[in-house]
Design a protein around this ligand. Structure first.
Ligand code: NDP
Length: 255
């Protein structure tokens, strides 16, 4: 038996149409899973599905705004119908707005909390009945270095990413009896559209990340795939409620 084999299983990846989500979706497909790519932008969904099919994987796209609870329920129903069940949920969709704490509007606070935290809870809630019906499942959430460290120009983002880890632990404790394992990946600094924007706004950020990361480089979306495959595979059947930094050593080193 290959403990990392995902053949015949189905994964729903929110935010799977780009960046970290696409890196994870490709990894899950290469390990044998059918993949449902969920994002707002249909053209990005279609392109991501094509990339996965080009690797020999099976994938479909679902257009969804994860901030809308009704759309989240429909997304899970569509994903379940597409390949005859749902085994894995990976909640990658997220946003940030960078500014000092005193400058946030109430609307900005709510938009980040809705996108990064409420949506994660609602996706997990929506997926739970189908996973329970199937006798088990795997949920992977995405935290951040800001699940551990504060972020002077990302206080709301950091609050949501800290909360995602606590939510992960609570869901793990509640659903262990249903054979559902819930774990979190904490990416370090990964080269995506999100961080390209951050590098435009924060002077010297690129170099500071390089200097602070023992591995001496920015991460790539593909670097997140191995941890996601592990958390979705039988290899992690006795692992639940954990938060795994995948960060080139960023969180374990003073300098
Ligand atoms: P990107 O901006 O490249 O990707 C964000 C993804 O989220 C897109 O696929 C986007 O799809 C989707 N998305 C955002 N809002 C919604 C929404 N309301 N409904 C549906 N989909 C949505 O970012 P990254 O790949 O960098 O980040 C992905 C996740 O990883 C985020 O949760 C982020 O916080 C986290 N992270 C990133 C790090 C990094 O260094 N890059 C470090 C630590 C954590 P669409 O455009 O179609 O809406």
């Amino acid at each position: 038996m290959n403990p990392f084999d995902l053949k015949g299983k189905t994964a729903l990846v929110t935010g799977g149409n780009g960046g970290i989500g696409l890196g994870i979706a490709k990894g899950l497909a290469q390990a044998g899973a059918n993949v449902v790519i969920a994002g707002r932008n249909q053209a990005k969904n279609t392109a991501a599905v094509a990339e996965i099919k080009a690797l020999g994987g099976r994938a479909i796209g679902v257009v969804v705004d994860v901030n809308d609870g009704a759309q989240v329920k429909r997304m899970v129903a569509d994903a379940t119908k597409a390949f005859g069940g749902l085994d894995f949920l990976v909640t990658v969709a997220g946003i940030n707005i960078r500014k000092p704490p005193q400058d946030y509007t109430s609307a900005e606070w709510h938009s980040i909390v809705d996108s990064n935290l409420t949506s994660v809870f609602e996706c997990c809630q929506a997926a739970y009945p189908e996973m329970k019906r199937r006798g088990g499942g795997k949920i992977v959430t995405i935290g951040s270095m800001t699940s551990i460290f504060g972020f002077n120009v990302g206080p709301v983002y950091a609050a949501t990413k800290g909360a995602v880890v606590q939510l992960t632990k609570s869901l793990a404790a509640a659903w262990a009896k249903d054979n559902i394992q819930v774990n979190s990946i904490l990416p370090g600094f990964i080269d995506t559209e999100l961080t390209q924007e951050a590098r435009r706004i924060i002077p010297g950020m690129h170099e500071r990340v390089l200097a602070r990361t023992p591995a001496g480089r920015w991460g790539k979306p593909v670097d997140m795939a191995g941890a996601a495959v592990f958390f979705c595979s039988p290899a992690s059947d006795f692992v639940t409620g954990t938060a795994l930094p995948v960060d080139g050593g960023f969180s374990s080193s003073m300098f």
